[in-house]
Design a protein around this ligand. Structure first.
Ligand SMILES: *[C@@H]1O[C@H](CO)[C@@H](O)[C@H](O)[C@H]1NC(C)=O
Ligand SMILES: *[C@@H]1O[C@H](CO)[C@@H](O)[C@H](O)[C@H]1NC(C)=O
Ligand SMILES: *[C@@H]1O[C@H](CO)[C@@H](O)[C@H](O)[C@H]1NC(C)=O
Ligand SMILES: *[C@@H]1O[C@H](CO)[C@@H](O)[C@H](O)[C@H]1NC(C)=O
Ligand SMILES: *[C@@H]1O[C@H](CO)[C@@H](O)[C@H](O)[C@H]1NC(C)=O
Ligand SMILES: *[C@@H]1O[C@H](CO)[C@@H](O)[C@H](O)[C@H]1NC(C)=O
Ligand SMILES: *[C@@H]1O[C@H](CO)[C@@H](O)[C@H](O)[C@H]1NC(C)=O
Length: 409
């Protein structure tokens, strides 16, 4: 009886590729939440060929086991280009639309680098990607995109691999006009950098964390760059178009890193996860929380962080009470990670069972940014503006402050 149902199951698998699609493992991919689906696309496979172009999703309205999740392929949702370490944002003006910006690009036909189009658009209704003609865009890699609730995307600095240069300019992309422009700002500029994460708070401030930087901008080898401090962080005020720096509390304990992720909880805590440190070392702690509700933001380390998996170039998205972590490179095993990791953000505990929250719908309540972070260097990101009728979370977590000597750097 059992083997009979197994055979039926296998036949179903064979004739219906939509069922139980098994994606290839990857790093430097994008993940966004759109219409209660965690949509994954792009990324780098390492071998034998560099990249992937299919798109697939996880239905977040159904329960799943983090070690046995069922992905579905978006049948016609193939990307027009191979891309990794790019940025992706879900439009806050039209929740059917995703913009894919920058990153490393390889032409699918020629298998050669191809930066002829920097912006692509995906329409959830048609399940099709289209090339967007946008003037004055400069190709940048290892960037992270942020979009505010007025439909302006902010793209900071990044790497231009071809030029051997990091940048510290701020570009804005108005998704209603498709106009790309560079802001002229001279005060308090951060160093040219890339591989940071970016998270927009409800008050319109973008918090940049981690990454690498180099004051002079250009480099001939990656070894010339320095890892950005987790103690002095850069903030960009989108309402005033102003940069500022903040010396946060507790930052001595947080190892600098790249290819990490950051997501924002509905009550103003940024969850920093993973990445790798100087000399490609495992970072300590893997998991840290930045409280942005205080005037001077404060880092704390949740007590459960020891059981964190060691990943970089993964992605993380917040949905309901879960931070959902996909793919990336597992530093313990030195292989690409295939499983999903779930952090219950109520207690900061890693769990294996996902129980769907009440369906999150766009309601009349104020828009709230749900961030997705990405693996560090390349950070993809996503912000989904969602009216949330969330359950209030109970924060009974015991948060430990780690001793300063805990830093491995
Ligand atoms: C890599 O891609 C190229 C071009 O698509 C193809 O010709 C080649 O066979 C691929 N190599 C491997 C090892 O799959
Ligand atoms: C994985 O999940 C599927 C259904 O989603 C179930 O049929 C299967 O038995 C599960 N496998 C394991 C190993 O738990
Ligand atoms: C890939 O290269 C081919 C041949 O040069 C070109 O026709 C095509 O437009 C390129 N694709 C993209 C998405 O730019
Ligand atoms: C997305 O596709 C739908 C269905 O074809 C269409 O009505 C809508 O205008 C498209 N949106 C954009 C921004 O092109
Ligand atoms: C984006 O374009 C729209 C339509 O022209 C305009 O109303 C809006 O002010 C623009 N946003 C910014 C930030 O310039
Ligand atoms: C960086 O640029 C400056 C001025 O353009 C040039 O003099 C210098 O040699 C460059 N350094 C590297 C490492 O490319
Ligand atoms: C941060 O601290 C450093 C050294 O302690 C100090 O030089 C710098 O001015 C401070 N920056 C801010 C923005 O307070």
């Amino acid at each position: 009886m059992l083997s009979f149902s197994l055979i039926i199951f296998c036949i179903t698998l064979l004739i219906n590729p939509i069922l139980c699609y098994v994606p290839e493992n990857r790093m430097g991919h994008n993940s966004v939440i759109i219409h209660n689906q965690l949509l994954v696309f792009g990324g780098w496979k390492m071998e034998p060929n560099t990249s992937t172009y299919e798109m697939f999703y996880l239905d977040l309205t159904k329960p799943f086991d983090s070690k046995n999740q069922s992905w579905d392929l978006v049948l016609e949702g193939y990307l027009p280009v191979y891309t990794y370490f790019s940025a992706a944002v879900v439009s806050t003006l039209d929740d059917d639309i995703i913009y894919l910006i920058g990153g490393y690009r390889i032409n699918i036909t020629t298998n050669k680098k191809d930066y002829s189009n920097v912006v692509y658009m995906y329409n959830y209704s048609t399940t099709k990607w289209t090339t967007q003609k946008v003037d004055n865009v400069t190709p940048r890699q290892e960037i992270k995109g942020i979009i505010d609730n007025k439909g302006t995307a902010y793209i900071f600095g990044g790497n231009n691999f071809k030029m051997g240069r990091l940048y510290n300019d701020m570009h804005i992309f108005n998704v209603s006009t498709m106009i790309w422009s560079k802001l002229s700002i001279n005060h308090n500029l951060p160093s040219p950098s890339c591989a940071y994460t970016a998270t927009i708070l409800e008050n319109g401030i973008i918090v940049y964390l981690g990454g690498i930087e180099i004051d002079k901008g250009n480099y001939t080898s990656r070894s010339e760059v320095t890892f950005s401090s987790m103690k002095t962080i850069s903030l960009f005020n989108t309402l005033k178009s102003e940069w500022s720096q903040m010396n946060v509390t507790g930052g001595d304990d947080i190892a600098p890193r790249v290819f990490h992720s950051s997501v924002l909880t509905t009550d103003g805590y940024i969850i920093l996860f993973g990445g790798y440190g100087r000399n490609k070392k495992i970072v300590s702690p893997m998991l840290a929380i930045l409280d942005t509700n205080k005037d001077i933001y404060e880092w704390t380390i949740p007590s459960s962080s020891d059981s964190s998996p060691c990943l970089y170039a993964h992605t993380a998205n917040l949905y309901g009470n879960y931070m959902i972590v996909t793919f990336g490179l597992d530093m313990d095993k030195q292989v690409l990670n295939s499983q999903i990791y779930l952090l219950d953000v109520t207690y900061y505990t890693w769990v294996t069972t996902y129980t769907p929250p009440p369906i999150i719908t766009k309601s009349s309540s104020k828009a709230l940014a749900i961030g997705l972070g990405v693996g560090g260097g390349v950070f993809l990101a996503i912000f989904v503006s969602i009216g949330v009728t969330f359950f209030k979370r109970h924060r009974r977590v015991s948060i430990l402050k780690i001793p300063e000597s805990a830093s491995i750097i």
